[in-house]
Design a protein around this ligand. Structure first.
Ligand code: ADE
Length: 231
Protein backbone atom coordinates (compact mmCIF):
# COMPACT_ATOMS: atom_id res chain seq x y z
CA UNK A 1 0.00 0.00 0.00
CA UNK A 2 1.22 3.46 -0.97
CA UNK A 3 0.08 6.61 0.86
CA UNK A 4 -0.58 9.97 -0.81
CA UNK A 5 -1.43 13.11 1.16
CA UNK A 6 -2.36 16.52 -0.27
CA UNK A 7 -3.47 19.57 1.69
CA UNK A 8 -6.25 20.63 -0.66
CA UNK A 9 -8.68 18.91 -3.00
CA UNK A 10 -7.18 20.53 -6.08
CA UNK A 11 -3.84 18.90 -5.24
CA UNK A 12 -5.15 15.31 -5.35
CA UNK A 13 -8.54 15.30 -7.11
CA UNK A 14 -7.25 14.13 -10.51
CA UNK A 15 -5.50 11.19 -8.83
CA UNK A 16 -8.55 10.43 -6.73
CA UNK A 17 -10.68 10.31 -9.88
CA UNK A 18 -8.36 7.63 -11.28
CA UNK A 19 -8.74 5.31 -8.25
CA UNK A 20 -10.40 1.97 -9.02
CA UNK A 21 -12.33 -0.16 -6.49
CA UNK A 22 -12.69 2.88 -4.24
CA UNK A 23 -13.38 2.50 -0.56
CA UNK A 24 -13.81 5.31 1.96
CA UNK A 25 -12.61 5.09 5.56
CA UNK A 26 -13.24 7.85 8.10
CA UNK A 27 -10.91 8.37 11.03
CA UNK A 28 -11.97 11.35 13.10
CA UNK A 29 -12.44 14.16 10.56
CA UNK A 30 -10.04 12.65 8.02
CA UNK A 31 -11.42 10.75 5.02
CA UNK A 32 -9.11 8.14 3.47
CA UNK A 33 -9.92 6.87 -0.01
CA UNK A 34 -8.23 3.62 -0.92
CA UNK A 35 -8.17 1.55 -4.08
CA UNK A 36 -5.97 0.80 -7.08
CA UNK A 37 -4.09 3.60 -8.78
CA UNK A 38 -2.17 2.65 -11.94
CA UNK A 39 -2.15 -0.94 -10.65
CA UNK A 40 -0.84 -0.05 -7.16
CA UNK A 41 -2.77 -0.40 -3.89
CA UNK A 42 -3.01 3.23 -2.77
CA UNK A 43 -4.58 5.25 0.01
CA UNK A 44 -5.17 8.94 -0.53
CA UNK A 45 -6.21 11.76 1.81
CA UNK A 46 -6.77 15.52 1.83
CA UNK A 47 -5.34 16.59 5.18
CA UNK A 48 -6.24 20.30 5.18
CA UNK A 49 -3.69 23.09 5.57
CA UNK A 50 -1.11 23.37 8.32
CA UNK A 51 1.26 21.20 10.32
CA UNK A 52 -1.16 19.73 12.86
CA UNK A 53 -3.76 18.72 10.25
CA UNK A 54 -0.96 17.13 8.22
CA UNK A 55 0.72 15.27 11.10
CA UNK A 56 -2.57 13.89 12.45
CA UNK A 57 -3.63 12.70 9.01
CA UNK A 58 -0.23 11.08 8.36
CA UNK A 59 -0.28 9.33 11.74
CA UNK A 60 -3.82 7.99 11.22
CA UNK A 61 -2.82 6.78 7.75
CA UNK A 62 0.26 5.03 9.13
CA UNK A 63 -1.54 3.32 12.02
CA UNK A 64 -4.59 2.24 10.02
CA UNK A 65 -3.18 1.43 6.56
CA UNK A 66 0.51 0.64 7.24
CA UNK A 67 1.72 2.19 3.95
CA UNK A 68 5.18 1.18 2.69
CA UNK A 69 5.84 4.86 1.99
CA UNK A 70 3.98 8.17 2.08
CA UNK A 71 4.28 10.99 -0.40
CA UNK A 72 3.09 14.47 0.49
CA UNK A 73 2.36 16.36 -2.70
CA UNK A 74 0.98 19.72 -3.69
CA UNK A 75 1.94 23.33 -4.26
CA UNK A 76 4.40 25.69 -2.58
CA UNK A 77 5.82 29.17 -2.73
CA UNK A 78 9.29 29.59 -4.20
CA UNK A 79 12.03 29.80 -1.55
CA UNK A 80 14.83 31.30 -3.65
CA UNK A 81 15.43 33.40 -6.75
CA UNK A 82 16.19 30.65 -9.25
CA UNK A 83 13.08 28.64 -8.36
CA UNK A 84 10.20 29.83 -10.53
CA UNK A 85 6.46 29.40 -10.86
CA UNK A 86 5.79 26.06 -12.61
CA UNK A 87 9.08 24.49 -11.38
CA UNK A 88 9.11 21.43 -9.17
CA UNK A 89 10.97 20.99 -5.87
CA UNK A 90 11.68 17.53 -4.47
CA UNK A 91 12.77 17.56 -0.83
CA UNK A 92 16.06 16.13 0.37
CA UNK A 93 14.78 17.03 3.84
CA UNK A 94 12.06 19.21 5.34
CA UNK A 95 12.32 21.76 8.15
CA UNK A 96 9.75 23.31 10.52
CA UNK A 97 10.70 26.97 10.00
CA UNK A 98 8.39 28.24 12.76
CA UNK A 99 9.71 25.83 15.40
CA UNK A 100 11.77 28.13 17.62
CA UNK A 101 13.12 27.33 21.08
CA UNK A 102 16.18 29.54 20.52
CA UNK A 103 15.50 31.59 23.71
CA UNK A 104 16.40 28.46 25.70
CA UNK A 105 19.51 27.68 23.68
CA UNK A 106 18.43 25.58 20.69
CA UNK A 107 19.09 26.50 17.06
CA UNK A 108 16.00 27.86 15.24
CA UNK A 109 14.07 24.97 13.68
CA UNK A 110 15.36 22.36 16.15
CA UNK A 111 12.65 19.78 16.89
CA UNK A 112 13.16 18.33 20.37
CA UNK A 113 12.28 14.67 20.92
CA UNK A 114 13.34 13.69 17.42
CA UNK A 115 16.44 15.87 17.90
CA UNK A 116 16.62 17.20 14.33
CA UNK A 117 16.36 20.41 12.33
CA UNK A 118 16.32 18.72 8.91
CA UNK A 119 13.84 15.85 8.88
CA UNK A 120 15.15 13.49 6.20
CA UNK A 121 13.20 12.28 3.18
CA UNK A 122 13.73 8.78 1.86
CA UNK A 123 16.57 8.74 -0.64
CA UNK A 124 15.28 5.93 -2.83
CA UNK A 125 11.84 7.51 -3.14
CA UNK A 126 13.43 10.89 -3.88
CA UNK A 127 15.51 9.38 -6.68
CA UNK A 128 12.37 7.79 -8.12
CA UNK A 129 10.58 11.16 -7.95
CA UNK A 130 13.47 12.92 -9.68
CA UNK A 131 13.52 10.33 -12.48
CA UNK A 132 9.74 10.60 -12.86
CA UNK A 133 9.79 14.40 -12.89
CA UNK A 134 12.50 14.25 -15.55
CA UNK A 135 9.98 12.56 -17.85
CA UNK A 136 7.57 15.52 -17.72
CA UNK A 137 8.39 17.63 -20.81
CA UNK A 138 9.71 21.12 -20.05
CA UNK A 139 9.56 20.71 -16.25
CA UNK A 140 12.42 22.32 -14.32
CA UNK A 141 13.25 20.17 -11.27
CA UNK A 142 15.15 21.23 -8.12
CA UNK A 143 16.22 19.13 -5.14
CA UNK A 144 16.76 20.64 -1.70
CA UNK A 145 15.24 21.76 1.57
CA UNK A 146 11.51 22.43 1.81
CA UNK A 147 10.47 24.68 4.71
CA UNK A 148 7.12 24.18 6.43
CA UNK A 149 5.24 26.48 8.80
CA UNK A 150 1.74 27.46 9.85
CA UNK A 151 1.62 30.57 7.68
CA UNK A 152 1.14 31.47 4.04
CA UNK A 153 4.34 33.35 3.15
CA UNK A 154 3.63 36.50 1.15
CA UNK A 155 6.40 38.92 2.20
CA UNK A 156 9.84 39.08 0.64
CA UNK A 157 11.55 39.72 4.02
CA UNK A 158 9.92 36.66 5.64
CA UNK A 159 10.86 34.50 2.67
CA UNK A 160 14.45 35.80 2.85
CA UNK A 161 14.70 34.98 6.57
CA UNK A 162 13.56 31.41 5.92
CA UNK A 163 16.07 31.11 3.11
CA UNK A 164 18.90 32.58 5.18
CA UNK A 165 18.18 30.16 8.04
CA UNK A 166 17.53 26.97 6.10
CA UNK A 167 18.48 27.53 2.40
CA UNK A 168 14.90 26.55 1.59
CA UNK A 169 14.02 26.10 -2.08
CA UNK A 170 10.27 26.07 -1.34
CA UNK A 171 7.94 27.19 1.45
CA UNK A 172 4.69 25.47 2.29
CA UNK A 173 2.55 24.33 5.23
CA UNK A 174 2.55 20.51 5.54
CA UNK A 175 5.69 18.72 4.24
CA UNK A 176 7.80 18.70 7.40
CA UNK A 177 4.79 17.67 9.49
CA UNK A 178 4.19 14.60 7.31
CA UNK A 179 7.94 13.88 7.35
CA UNK A 180 7.94 14.28 11.17
CA UNK A 181 5.09 11.79 11.63
CA UNK A 182 6.74 9.35 9.19
CA UNK A 183 10.11 9.71 10.95
CA UNK A 184 8.53 8.90 14.32
CA UNK A 185 7.03 5.70 12.89
CA UNK A 186 9.95 4.66 10.67
CA UNK A 187 7.94 5.07 7.45
CA UNK A 188 9.82 6.28 4.34
CA UNK A 189 8.55 9.66 3.19
CA UNK A 190 8.78 11.96 0.19
CA UNK A 191 7.75 15.60 -0.26
CA UNK A 192 7.00 16.89 -3.76
CA UNK A 193 6.00 20.47 -4.48
CA UNK A 194 5.06 22.44 -7.59
CA UNK A 195 5.69 26.14 -7.34
CA UNK A 196 2.53 28.26 -7.49
CA UNK A 197 3.87 31.68 -6.37
CA UNK A 198 6.98 33.60 -5.32
CA UNK A 199 6.03 33.85 -1.61
CA UNK A 200 6.28 37.63 -1.88
CA UNK A 201 3.88 40.55 -2.30
CA UNK A 202 2.41 39.04 -5.47
CA UNK A 203 1.57 35.68 -3.91
CA UNK A 204 -2.09 36.40 -3.28
CA UNK A 205 -2.52 37.04 -7.02
CA UNK A 206 -0.28 34.26 -8.39
CA UNK A 207 -1.45 31.51 -6.05
CA UNK A 208 -4.97 30.95 -7.46
CA UNK A 209 -3.80 31.49 -11.05
CA UNK A 210 -0.98 28.95 -10.99
CA UNK A 211 -2.21 26.41 -8.44
CA UNK A 212 -4.03 24.32 -11.06
CA UNK A 213 -0.96 24.13 -13.32
CA UNK A 214 1.25 23.33 -10.35
CA UNK A 215 -1.12 20.62 -9.11
CA UNK A 216 -1.23 19.08 -12.60
CA UNK A 217 2.59 18.81 -12.63
CA UNK A 218 2.65 17.01 -9.25
CA UNK A 219 0.01 14.61 -10.44
CA UNK A 220 1.94 13.78 -13.60
CA UNK A 221 5.01 12.93 -11.52
CA UNK A 222 3.01 10.69 -9.18
CA UNK A 223 1.52 8.91 -12.20
CA UNK A 224 5.04 8.25 -13.53
CA UNK A 225 6.25 6.99 -10.13
CA UNK A 226 3.36 4.59 -9.69
CA UNK A 227 3.56 3.32 -13.24
CA UNK A 228 7.33 2.86 -12.80
CA UNK A 229 6.74 1.04 -9.51
CA UNK A 230 4.26 -1.33 -11.20
CA UNK A 231 4.75 -5.05 -10.96
N1 ADE B 1 1.63 27.12 -0.60
C1 ADE B 1 1.64 27.72 -1.81
N2 ADE B 1 2.20 28.94 -1.74
C2 ADE B 1 2.55 29.12 -0.44
C3 ADE B 1 3.14 30.20 0.26
N3 ADE B 1 3.50 31.31 -0.37
N4 ADE B 1 3.34 30.05 1.58
C4 ADE B 1 2.99 28.90 2.22
N5 ADE B 1 2.41 27.86 1.61
C5 ADE B 1 2.19 27.98 0.28
Amino acid sequence: MIGLIGAMNVEVEALENMLEDRKETRIGMDVFVSGKLYGQETVLAVCGPGKINAALCAQSMILHFHPQWILNLGVAGSGEENVNIGDMVIATAAVEHDMDTSPIGDPVGYVSKIGLIEIPCDRQLREQLVRSAGKVPGLCVHEGIIATGDQFICRADVRKRIHDLFQAKAVEMEGAAVAHACYMHGVPCGVLRSISDHANGESEMDYPTFTKLAAAHSQQVVENVLKGAGA
